[in-house]
Write a protein that binds this ligand. Sequence first.
Ligand SMILES: *[C@@H]1O[C@H](CO)[C@@H](O)[C@H](O)[C@H]1NC(C)=O
Length: 313
Amino acid sequence: MKLINTLFCIVSTICFISTVYATTTLLDSPRRIVSMGDLHGDLKNTKKILRLSGLIDENDHWSGGDTIYVQTGDVLDRGTDTIALYKLIQQLRKEAPEHGGLVIPLLGNHEIMNLAGDWRYVTKEETATFGGYNNRVRAFQKDGFLGEYLMQLNMTTKVDGTVFCHGGIHPNFARLGLDTINDYTHHDIEAYMASGGHADPHKIFGDKGPTWYRGYALADEPNICEFADKALTYMKAERMVMGHTVQRDGEIRTRCNGKIILVDIGISWVYGGYVGALEVVGDELTAIYENGRVSLTPPKNQPKAFSGVHLEL
Ligand SMILES: *[C@@H]1O[C@H](CO)[C@@H](O)[C@H](O)[C@H]1NC(C)=O
């Protein structure tokens, strides 16, 4: 009897412990986030990266489970696969939630430019995929099949402690909070489009706005890190992920001890066709490349950047 009791006790304790363990890991385990930068009209490489990151299967359907996939804008221009890329992203955006996942496409400066009729980077070949110029004009109008879709996208999003946006969020915008930035975007975009890119009351589409700003990518460290700290404090975030500024060596770059992460690696063949994505799981940062995974997790307990120099950016 005693032996059976002891056995029962051991078994139930193990069961209890493993149940508690399973529950806490389930509750505590952070979501997997995958992000990639500017796609610029290259469907082939985009699919390659989605497959490499486990987000699509061999039939191009969502296989990412509960992963959150954030695309930081500039899907179009330079290359030719505008329609096919938006179709793929829209399809994945429908499929992912059926598996507990989520696809978050954000606006880039090239989306905004096309909506406002600035077609500097549109090629003849790409226009032909719409069936000509007039069809393309219609597609980007507010009731066109791309205009309607793009106008409801957000400028920025925060997942756990990570903020995503196309260019970078200057402290002057970060101070407003992410919801206000998105509200201004949705509020101002129609007037901006109608005026051919002139009416921009909150300067949200301007050169220091979230789609164009390049300070975090180009300004010197450590000075720029003070700006990053300021912006991240306003947004109550740990790090900011952005595209827009091409890393010509094809590698995802971190700055300011992992608080700034640059994911535009020139995915499109126009820029060399580099293949790679960023994975964020909790505080673990990993670059996923064709030839393997590279940890980008910064060392812990780094001192705060302080230079005493104040930049006017
Ligand atoms: C934009 O952000 C809001 C607030 O986070 C969210 O509810 C909405 O679904 C987002 N829209 C898109 C198109 O992702």
